[in-house]
Design a protein around this ligand. Structure first.
Ligand SMILES: C[S@@+](CC[C@H](N)C(=O)[O-])C[C@H]1O[C@@H](n2cnc3c(N)ncnc32)[C@H](O)[C@@H]1O
Length: 186
């Protein structure tokens, strides 16, 4: 069996024109959503991007153990991690519960900023979708402000079976309903 470390790059076949749709789970944590979705939807490839290497290892170990050739995670930090992806290569970009940095003096550390959104736009296919979810009201308002031009909100329900992310599960168990938006570039 391959060691998980060997899968710490994007499988090159995933970037070929004939590849099945590529979905990014940015800040994939230990892969609850990534692995769950890859198991449910073998017709797409799911790439997790995560800054913490132990979490990346966990995702790749789980994918290998479950024999999921359509799930992989790589280590990456912020907007820099997106620059390695070719333009128009991504069908769905999931950004779920990004660190909220709630103190005003730390808000510049939030990952969802103008340059991050520009990179998402570059890598998304014209028919691609950006999906955002957070429990943090002010951060969500900021996300919607940044996407008020050039993006069209569509239904959150894309007709597919979905799994909860680890953080979504925690918040829903506490009775908290997260903010969600699915957006298409226009
Ligand atoms: C609050 S957790 C949410 C995890 C998961 N998306 C979920 O919904 O359960 C945020 C995750 O993003 C990762 N992360 C935070 N900032 C990041 C950055 N700038 N680049 C890449 N990953 C980041 C963290 O290490 C953590 O695993």
């Amino acid at each position: 069996m391959n060691s998980p470390e060997k899968t710490h790059t994007i499988p090159s076949a995933w970037l070929e024109p004939s590849a099945q749709p590529l979905e990014i789970d940015f800040g994939c944590h230990r892969g609850a959503f990534l692995i769950g979705m890859a198991a449910l939807h073998p017709v797409s490839n799911f790439l997790g991007i995560e800054k913490q290497s132990d979490r990346v290892n966990k995702c790749n170990t789980r994918a290998l153990r479950l024999g999921l050739s359509n799930a992989a995670a790589i280590q990456g930090l912020g907007v820099e991690a997106l620059t390695i992806l070719p333009s128009f290569s991504v069908s769905t970009f999931h950004l779920y519960f990004p660190d909220p940095w709630p103190k005003r003096r730390h808000s510049s550390r939030r990952v969802f900023q103008k340059n991050f959104l520009s990179e998402i736009r570059r890598i998304l296919r014209p028919d691609g979708v950006l999906r955002l979810m957070t429990d943090d009201g002010p951060y969500f308002a900021e996300m919607r402000e940044l996407t008020c031009e050039g993006w069209l909100e569509i239904s959150w329900d894309d007709g597919r079976e979905c799994v909860l992310t680890a953080f979504e599960k925690t918040f829903r168990n506490r009775g908290q309903i997260p903010h969600q938006a699915a957006l298409k570039p226009v």
